[in-house]
Design a protein around this ligand. Sequence first.
Ligand SMILES: *[C@@H]1O[C@H](CO)[C@@H](O)[C@H](O)[C@H]1NC(C)=O
Ligand SMILES: *[C@@H]1O[C@H](CO)[C@@H](O)[C@H](O)[C@H]1NC(C)=O
Ligand SMILES: *[C@@H]1O[C@H](CO)[C@@H](O)[C@H](O)[C@H]1NC(C)=O
Ligand SMILES: *[C@@H]1O[C@H](CO)[C@@H](O)[C@H](O)[C@H]1NC(C)=O
Length: 365
Amino acid sequence: MASLRIHICFLLYFAIFLSLSSCYSLPENHVALFIFGDSLFDAGNNNYINTTVNYQANFWPYGETFFKYPTGRFSDGRLLPDFIAEYAGLPLIPPYLQPGNNNFVDGVNFASAGAGALVETYQGFVINLNTQVSYFKDVEKLLRQELGDAEAKRLLGRALYIISIGSNDYGVRITQNSSVLQSYSKEEYVAMVIGNLTVAIKEIHMKGGRKFGFLGLGPLGCTPGMKVLVSGSTGSCVDKATTLAHLHNKALSIALQKLENRLEGFKFANHDLYTSVSERMNNPSKYGFKVGNMACCGSGPYRGQSSCGGKRQIKEYQLCEKASEYLFFDSGHPTERANRQIAELIWRGTPNMTRPYNLKALFNL
Ligand SMILES: *[C@@H]1O[C@H](CO)[C@@H](O)[C@H](O)[C@H]1NC(C)=O
Ligand SMILES: *[C@@H]1O[C@H](CO)[C@@H](O)[C@H](O)[C@H]1NC(C)=O
Ligand SMILES: *[C@@H]1O[C@H](CO)[C@@H](O)[C@H](O)[C@H]1NC(C)=O
Ligand SMILES: *[C@@H]1O[C@H](CO)[C@@H](O)[C@H](O)[C@H]1NC(C)=O
């Protein structure tokens, strides 16, 4: 009896599902946004995994300016993908793991703070890039069931895919000393990171993705966090990290050019985050900031200790009065104001900042 009832329920559910999906049709020029990567993009996926507060930002004062409550974003307000969604005429794109989130027609956010392209990077505490891509494949299947093969293919081919990855792979190499990965040379290590990113791109392309946006690495060696963690109170930039960031950015643009020649229809926008962030660190007032080298929230020199919110190892922290006067909100993450400026450069920046296309050009294709 019980099994019969389940059966009937299933049929009813299925009938409703079919009738809904058959009358559902997307606007001709609908552009979805699929988001992959690390804390620069994570809108709250890490709220729903078994991790530690080191990889979470779901407590005050994160979120204080825009949302007025902590969402899991590592900033006082919105992140780069939130602004990109706005420019694309989309609502905020929710985290994939947010319960009840099962409409993927506008895209979805797979990013996870702490994630890297290498499986070993903060393994067990984050959703690595490979796993993010496997979630995307699940979403692709659901979209095909819901919309049919032709409509799903169209949606995936028109969609934007934005990826921020690598900072954590290098951060781990510089600040931790136990991993087997330490035995690789700098060049070999960069090749592994780029190699894994290339695999991810090819898999998304195989499922129909065509228009990609990438963030190069920022000035990793000069963030308040890296300076304090490695140089202590002298606060000088960390050359090892700077070198890795340059090597990565060079290897990334070479890899993307190769992919453009090899993958049918593949087009990309690659933002030079190293330049956009360095410019603002070195000339804060030119961009409307008062402080470029020190975090708004944290403790120690440059407030570079990752103690914002007082929930991690160190319980004491300072919080600035106006986050919008700062480039960095915490030891390694931009304020909402900085994110808005950088998002503008990704969306409509000239080729010296975002090349060969900007994201708006890809959106309009
Ligand atoms: C979560 O992680 C902790 C520490 O790594 C572990 O002890 C615990 O069993 C995990 N919980 C679940 C539900 O996996
Ligand atoms: C990526 O790199 C790791 C090493 O960290 C490796 O084990 C893994 O198989 C690679 N490939 C993908 C697709 O992640
Ligand atoms: C890592 O360990 C090696 C030897 O065990 C040591 O020489 C090196 O300075 C350490 N590096 C860091 C970043 O702690
Ligand atoms: C990039 O080019 C624009 C316009 O051509 C210019 O205003 C801007 O200063 C340049 N930025 C950098 C960092 O060179």
